[in-house]
Design a protein around this ligand. Structure first.
Ligand code: BT5
Length: 327
C-alpha cells in the first residue's frame, strides 16, 4: 500500500513519463517492487500507462470506488455505484449474502428512503453512503451507531468549512441559532437540513446480526432542487467540496467512534458537544403521543431526556421539532 501511494505521488510530481529504474531509485525499492505496485494500482482502478520512456500518472480517479478506497484509513471495502436505487437497500442485500465491513457509495439514488418510508431526494452530487458492519454488541446499543454517524458527519462537514450541528436523533443541520429568523430556519424545524441518517438492522436481543447505517449528505447540490428547508455543503460554503475527502473523513470518524465497546462509550459525550437540541424547547412526535418540554440530555443508548410539565421523560424514537421560543 505504501509503495503504491509513494509511486502515485512520484508520478503525479512529474509531468512526463518516469522510468521504472528511476522510480525504484527515488522510492528506495527494487524494480520488481515498482512493477508489482503498478500492477496493484491497475487492479484497483488506477490506469497507470506504460510508454517506452516509462510510466505516466493515471487520471485522478476522482469520486469513485478506487478514489474513495485509496488511502482510506477505515476497515471497509468500497462498493461504488454511479446510480442505484438506494445504498441502504444494496447494503441489506449484501448483508443477506453474508458480507461485512462494506461501504456502499453512490453518486445518485433513484429510490432512497428516510425514516418511516419517507422519500429521500438524492440527485447526483451528494454523498450517499451506507456502512454495513456486524458489530459484536448487544442490540440495545445499536442506536449509538446512529449517533456516531451523526458525529462523524458533523465533523466531516466542519472540516469542509461548514458549521454543522446535530438535531436529535439523526439530523445534521446548519443555522437555526440566529434568533429564529426565517432565513436562518426556513421551516421552523431548528435549522437547514444538511444530512439525514437511516439505520437498519437485524439481530437477536443480545446481539446485533448486521447493522446498516445510511448517511445522506447534500454535498455539491443546488438546494433549489431539494425539499424546502434543505441546504447543501456547496451552498453553505459558496463552492463545491471535495467529496472524496469528505467521504473518507466521515468513514474514518465513524470507524473510530464504533471500533470497540470502549470507543462506543465515548459517543454520547461527543454527540452532546455537537448537539443543537440540548437546552432547547422541543416537541417530539412519538408512537405513543407528543412529548413537549425542554431537552436536557441524551442518555444511553440514545434517548432524549425531556423535562415536561408532568416530569422528566425519556424518548427513544420520534420526530423532534425545535420550538422557536427557546428557553
Ligand atoms: C432522514 O429521514 O433524514 C434519513 C435520510 C437517510 C438517507 C440516506 S442516503 C443513503 C441511504 N440510502 C437510503 O435509501 N437512505 C439513506 P427523515 O428524518 O425521515 O427525513 C426525511 C424527510 O427529509 C423527507 O420527508 C423530506 O421532508 C426531507 N428530505 C428529503 N430529501 C432531503 C434532502 N436531500 N435533504 C434534506 N431534506 C430532505
Amino acid at each position: 500500500m505504501d509503495t503504491r501511494r509513494a509511486l502515485l505521488d512520484a508520478l503525479a510530481a512529474d509531468d512526463g513519463p518516469v522510468s521504472g529504474p528511476a522510480l525504484a531509485e527515488s522510492l528506495g525499492v527494487s524494480r520488481a517492487a515498482v512493477w508489482k505496485a503498478v500492477e496493484g494500482l491497475r487492479e484497483d482502478g488506477f490506469a497507470v500507462e506504460s510508454t517506452s520512456e516509462g510510466y505516466v500518472a493515471p487520471d485522478d480517479p476522482g469520486y469513485s470506488g478506487p478514489g474513495i478506497a485509496f488511502g482510506l484509513d477505515a476497515p471497509y471495502s468500497v462498493a461504488y455505484h454511479d446510480r442505484i436505487a438506494s445504498t441502504n437497500e444494496r447494503a441489506r442485500e449484501l448483508a443477506a449474502e453474508g458480507a461485512a465491513d462494506v461501504a456502499v457509495v453512490a453518486d445518485e439514488q433513484t429510490g432512497s428512503r428516510g425514516r418511516l418510508d419517507r422519500e429521500w431526494v438524492a440527485p447526483s452530487g451528494g454523498v450517499w453512503l451506507s456502512v454495513l458492519t456486524r458489530p459484536d454488541v448487544p442490540t440495545a446499543r445499536a442506536p449509538l451507531f446512529t449517533l456516531a454517524a451523526a458525529v462523524a458527519t458533523t465533523d466531516a462537514a466542519r472540516q469542509a468549512g461548514v458549521d454543522a450541528r446535530i438535531k436529535w436523533p439523526n439530523d445534521v443541520l446548519v443555522g437555526g441559532d440566529g434568533g429564529g429568523s426565517a432565513d436562518d430556519d426556513p421551516t421552523g424545524r431548528g435549522g437547514r437540513k444538511l444530512a439525514g441518517i437511516l439505520t437498519e438492522m437485524e439481530g437477536e436481543a443480545d446481539r446485533v446480526g448486521w447493522l446498516v447505517v445510511g448517511v445522506g449528505v447534500n454535498a455539491n447540490i443546488d438546494p433549489e432542487t431539494l425539499p424546502a428547508g434543505a441546504t447543501s455543503l456547496s451552498a453553505e460554503r459558496g463552492g463545491p467540496i471535495d467529496r472524496r475527502r469528505f467521504a473518507a473523513t466521515l468513514l474514518e470518524r465513524y470507524a473510530a467512534l464504533t471500533a470497540s465497546p470502549g470507543a462506543l462509550d465515548e459517543v454520547l459525550s461527543a454527540w452532546r458537544e455537537r448537539a443543537s437540541t440540548l437546552g432547547r424547547r422541543v416537541r417530539v412526535d412519538t408512537a405513543d403521543g407528543v412529548v413537549e418540554g425542554t431537552a436536557v440530555d441524551v442518555a444511553e443508548p440514545g434517548a432524549l431526556v425531556v423535562d415536561t410539565d408532568e416530569g422528566r421523560e425519556r424518548v427513544h424514537a420520534g420526530d423532534c421539532e425545535h420550538l422557536r421560543d427557546a428557553a
